[in-house]
Write a protein that binds this ligand. Structure first.
Ligand code: TGC
Length: 418
């Protein structure tokens, strides 16, 4: 039996003096490639997907990323970009080649979004609205004449498109739209206001959703923006997405021929387009998130504080590790999302989960980066604050975080709680 009353042994004093604090050896941080693809997803992409991604990465990093801060600060979306994007094959990546697209996989389209958003979410907004919200509905619901008239020009960037669903008083609940259409002879006459419309004042063509006064059903139309009664103006008070053009559209009894009506009836037409755009966002935001992680890693390694680089501090590493881990899980989710879409097995629930959670991961990464960069983090010389501010918009548009949460809740429980 042991003697529980015995005194604990007296520790033997060390004969060695405590080692003086020595300078930390040179650090060998992971490369950007290792950080951004820790689970080697690269090996799972096709050679064509890798080729498209790498070409866009090179273009974005050399031609867009160095200027994004200045364009954002000045509130400029440079006029030459649509044509340049077209030349790079970045518009309509998954649209068939017969209509001017690249005919690539949905995964390739997602990867393009990711590369573009590494520079700025506003640039990705242009690409995804043009591809997912304008080209996709024309391809899917448009007549052959509409496809031939618009898709090749939208693919080259010669024509610009926008998507009018949201209204000043109808965002999360698009069914509450007040824009109306009425059949008059061979035409439809459309009246209403749309708001928060990317590229609205630049657009040559608008996809407009309106409720039929007679049937009460929601219909979609391809509306040329030079039609009488169509007017657009920019929203100039944005503290986010500043290098993206965001507009309000006014349709004052705009007449369009029945041939411009999309072949889909009900809100599902518009929601199916949003599914395409939300898919791209789930990939895109990872680009912004990883850009803020990369920036923070470089900044902190070069910045000593209390005698050593900030990357050697525990609280800093905790944030970096969370950013890396969350964005990496987002990449795995996006990869699977892409393949489900390529296989035709994707559902709106998959997309809602990926859009919601990947935006959360990217936004949290940007917030951490902003914090880690200290005072410099609030300037536009660094990307953290700009990305953070943009991602606040991305969290709200194309289905607010709360809407996607409730879509997931409805899928889980079978009860709609909107
Ligand atoms: P609900 O009953 O759920 O559905 C009505 C019909 O639509 C179908 N559906 C979908 N189809 C394809 N993809 C989806 N994601 C779909 N979601 C629903 C559904 O099957 C049904 O079809 P059917 O045949 O039975 O008629 O409709 P609800 O009114 O209850 O909708 C619920 C809710 C909240 C999920 C939906 O309204 C929603 O997603 N709200 C958010 C809307 C949104 O994202 N708005 C922001 C868009 S961003 C913007 O407009 C700016 S333009 C982009 C830019 O310029 O940057």
């Amino acid at each position: 039996m042991s003697d529980t009353t015995a005194e604990p042994p007296t520790p033997t004093p060390s004969t060695q003096a405590p080692s003086p604090r020595t300078a930390a050896p040179a650090a060998t941080p992971m490369t950007r490639r290792e950080v951004e693809d820790t689970f080697d997803l690269d090996a799972l992409y096709t050679p064509e997907e890798r080729m498209i991604r790498d070409a866009v990465r090179e273009y974005v990093q050399s031609e867009l990323a160095p200027h994004a801060g200045e364009w954002w600060r000045e509130g400029i979306f440079p006029e030459h970009l649509p044509r340049a994007f077209g030349e790079m094959g970045m518009l309509g990546v998954a649209i068939p080649e017969a209509y001017g697209g690249a005919g690539a996989t949905a995964t390739a389209y997602g990867l393009v979004n990711r590369e573009v958003e590494a520079a700025d979410s506003g640039l990705r907004s242009f690409v995804s609205v043009q591809s997912s919200l304008v080209m996709w509905p024309i391809l899917t619901y448009g007549s052959e004449d509409l496809k031939k008239a618009w898709l090749p020009r939208l693919a080259t960037g010669e024509a610009i498109g926008c998507f009018g669903l949201t209204e000043p008083d109808a965002g999360s609940d698009p069914g509450a739209m007040t824009t109306r259409c009425k059949r008059v002879g061979d035409d439809w006459v459309i009246r209403g206001t749309k708001r928060w419309i990317t590229s609205g004042t630049r657009a040559d063509v608008a996809i407009i959703w309106a409720r039929d006064e007679d049937s009460g059903r929601v219909l979609g139309f391809v509306v040329e923006t030079d039609r009488e009664g169509f007017r657009a103006e920019d929203i100039k008070t944005k503290a986010s997405m500043r290098l993206s053009v965001t507009s309000e559209l006014h349709l004052d009894d705009v007449a369009v021929p029945d041939a411009n009506r999309l072949d889909v009836v009900g809100l599902k037409g518009a929601l199916s387009c949003l599914s395409q755009a939300r898919f791209g966002i789930a990939f895109g935001v990872l680009g912004a998130g990883f850009a803020t992680l990369d920036e923070a890693m470089h900044y902190l390694e070069d910045r000593p504080s209390f005698g050593e680089p900030l990357t050697g501090k525990q609280l800093v590493q905790a944030k970096l590790a969370d950013m890396w881990s969350d964005l990496t899980k987002g990449s795995l989710l996006a990869y699977r999302l892409g393949r489900l879409k390529d296989e035709g097995a994707i559902t709106p629930t998959h997309i809602s989960m990926a859009k919601r959670d990947n935006v959360r991961a990217a936004l949290q990464a940007a917030r951490h980066a902003r914090d880690l960069l200290g005072g410099n983090g609030i300037t536009t010389e660094y990307g953290a604050m700009r990305h953070m501010s943009n991602l606040e918009t991305v969290s709200t548009y194309e289905g607010a975080d709360a809407v996607h949460t409730l879509i997931l809740g409805r899928a889980l429980t079978g009860r709609a709680a909107f």
